[in-house]
Write a protein that binds this ligand. Structure first.
Ligand SMILES: N[C@@H](CCC(=O)N[C@@H](CS)C(=O)NCC(=O)O)C(=O)O
Length: 231
């Protein structure tokens, strides 16, 4: 169990955290399916060997739009981590950083000034230029996303497909020179990247055959127990 300290940040009105979502106990709210951001946190926890009490929120059924969940995360997004004192940490990377601060090993955000900066750089690059861009394709083109992505703009979905491929080509060139996205070891940048690449499948974008370094890296990280288990 994680040790919890009051941070004073982002404390919701505890009285609001009630009803179907319970009250007071630490809980990690995840989706009930295969949504990419909750998957990032699942993989991160598995790498750390940390288990938290979880509750599934049905995105398809729009349970994240209910008043009970809005009281937890007014942004109506998953994942969200509620601490024992009622503090809410949303945003996948913020949750991962909190876990990392409490459980240092293995260091998934890097160690020392230089490695930490490089991991941050790559994590942001992969999140903004790959995961977000793949998400635009999926959210604006997949019929199942129409109720959540309003307005759904098919032309924007199509416009993002070449951006995905351009970034993958760039990443392939980088991975030709090192084993992992940010350097010699597996980090949170690899977690975001593998989740983004896997998310290309439901977004109906194929990974080009000729990106050999990217394919080598993808096969290796996909074989990690954390990634294989948290599909
Ligand atoms: N920036 C957030 C994004 C969270 C997010 O968009 N989560 C998706 C699931 S992958 C979600 O909750 N979508 C609900 C919706 O679009 O209404 C993070 O990194 O956690």
């Amino acid at each position: 169990m994680l040790q919890v300290r009051m941070t004073g940040l982002c404390r919701p009105n505890r009285a609001k955290i009630s009803g179907i979502f319970g009250r007071g106990d630490m809980k990690l709210y995840l989706d009930s399916g295969r949504a990419p951001n909750p998957r990032r946190v699942r993989i991160f926890l598995a790498e750390k060997g940390v288990t938290l009490p979880t509750e599934a929120v049905d995105l398809g059924g729009q349970a994240h739009k209910t008043a009970a969940y809005r009281a937890i995360n007014p942004m109506q997004r998953l994942p969200a981590l509620v601490l024992d004192d009622g503090t809410v940490i949303a945003e996948s990377i913020a949750i991962c950083r909190y876990i990392e601060a409490l459980h240092r090993e293995p260091p998934l955000f890097g160690e020392g000034a230089l490695e930490q900066a490089l991991v941050e750089m790559w994590q942001r690059r992969v999140e903004f230029h790959l995961l977000t861009v793949v998400s635009h394709v999926f959210r604006h083109l997949h019929p199942a996303m129409a109720p959540l992505e309003v307005p759904q703009v098919a032309a924007w979905g199509e416009a993002n497909k070449p951006r995905v491929l351009a970034f993958l080509e760039f990443l392939d060139g980088e991975l030709a020179g090192r084993p992992y996205v940010a350097g010699p070891r597996f980090t949170v940048a690899d977690i975001t990247a593998v989740v983004a690449v896997d998310f290309m499948k439901p977004a109906k974008i194929a990974v080009p055959e000729d990106l050999a370094a990217l394919r080598r890296w993808h096969a290796e990280v996909s074989a990690r127990p954390s990634v294989a288990k948290e599909r």
